[in-house]
Design a protein around this ligand. Structure first.
Ligand code: HMG
Ligand code: MG
Length: 302
């Protein structure tokens, strides 16, 4: 088996995780979550979004979170930006890495960012120019890579075409998002095979939501295809406001357990990670979405 020796986990809990929560979450609790995650050894954390507060109210005030986190050397703290306005707000907040997001399905693009796929890619051009000018790295997401809540099946070739555009305009890495978590291991391998014809596999990442319980299988399928970067969310927090019923990303604890079992290096401390997840679940009054965390916490309290 030719698996990667090291994997980078991109922690998206503070953004993808919290964006879907209806109840107010204080800046202090968001800051504490990010600081707990960096202390646990996560080297990349998506801290928040610079999107319209009318569209995603929970992400309003992300600049305050950026201002108050303890920035550890060697950790990347990223912000999600849909357009130049969002990029400028991120820059103002001192953000040094941003992510843009496009969809592989027209209907989802309209619902999520109110424009067509082509228009969204056009919107990124001035953002990419500004990022280059300020020496800011830009990561790209493609949503709905294994299915769309409005259109159903999505062809791998359509995903490849959007991913290619993002890569060509300067995204250093493209994260393939199974937004609604309907993908299966075989479809994941086929997708990587098709997208990987145009983009080197070390420039691709997997972003699997766990709605159908397939995320861990899809991570493993991706590892077999040579993918070594995965987005995950502590305690399995989250969902997308424009994909009803979609649950959170694969829980960071669960993917870490898989990687530890395979002897793959991540630099993350499981116990600290579980504590970080449990703390935010207590704040939210939610059950922990990580199976590993639930098992360990049950053991500890037995
Ligand atoms: P729009 O309404 O078409 O934008 O929204 P507009 O350009 O017509 O502007 C309308 C108003 O929004 C104006 O204000 C703008 O100034 C303001 P007004 O004059 O009405 O007072 N505006 C902004 N405000 C703050 N920040 C901005 C910004 N831009 C414009 N950046 C827009 C277009 C893209 C802004 C909107 O649709 C939006 O914010 N969408 C965000 C949706 C979102 O965050 N979705 C969740 C993240 S994506 C995701 O979760 C998927 C992912 O995890 C991968 C996966 O799972 O597949 C990444
Ligand atoms: Mg997502």
């Amino acid at each position: 088996m030719n698996l990667p020796k090291q994997v980078r986990l991109v922690e998206v809990g503070p953004r993808d995780g919290l964006q879907n929560e209806q109840q107010p979450i204080s800046v202090a609790d968001k800051v504490r979550l990010v600081d707990d995650l960096s202390a646990a050894g996560l080297s990349y954390i998506e801290v928040g979004s610079f999107v319209s507060p009318k569209w995603v109210p929970q992400m309003a005030g992300s600049e305050l979170v950026f201002a108050q986190i303890k920035q550890r050397p060697g950790v990347t703290y990223a912000g999600l930006t849909p357009n130049l306005k969002g990029f400028e707000a991120a820059l103002q907040a001192g953000v040094r890495e941003v992510a843009v997001f496009a969809a592989a399905s027209e209907a989802f693009s309209q619902k999520n960012i109110n424009c067509s796929i082509d228009e969204s890619l056009q919107r990124f051009v001035p953002l990419m120019d500004a990022a280059k000018l300020h020496d800011i790295r830009v990561r790209g997401y493609v949503s709905c890579v294994l299915g769309c809540p409005y259109e159903g099946a999505v062809a791998p070739e359509q995903v490849a075409s959007v991913a290619r555009e993002l890569f060509a305009m300067g995204c250093y890495e493209v994260s393939l998002g199974d937004t609604i978590g309907t993908g299966t291991a075989g479809a994941t391998r086929r997708l990587i095979e098709v997208v990987g014809r145009d983009i080197p596999r070390d420039k691709l990442a997997g972003h699997f939501h766990d709605t159908y319980g397939q995320a861990l299988a899809n991570v493993y399928a991706s590892l077999l295809e040579g993918i070594a970067v995965f987005d995950s969310s502590v305690a399995g927090l989250g969902g997308c406001p424009y994909a009803k019923g979609a649950t959170g990303n694969i829980a960071t604890e669960d993917v870490l357990y898989l990687l530890n079992g395979l002897g793959i290096e991540t630099g993350i401390d499981m116990e600290q990670l579980i504590a970080a997840g449990q703390r935010i679940c207590t704040v939210l009054g939610k059950q922990n979405g990580s199976r590993v965390a639930r098992a360990r916490l049950a053991q500890a309290s037995a």
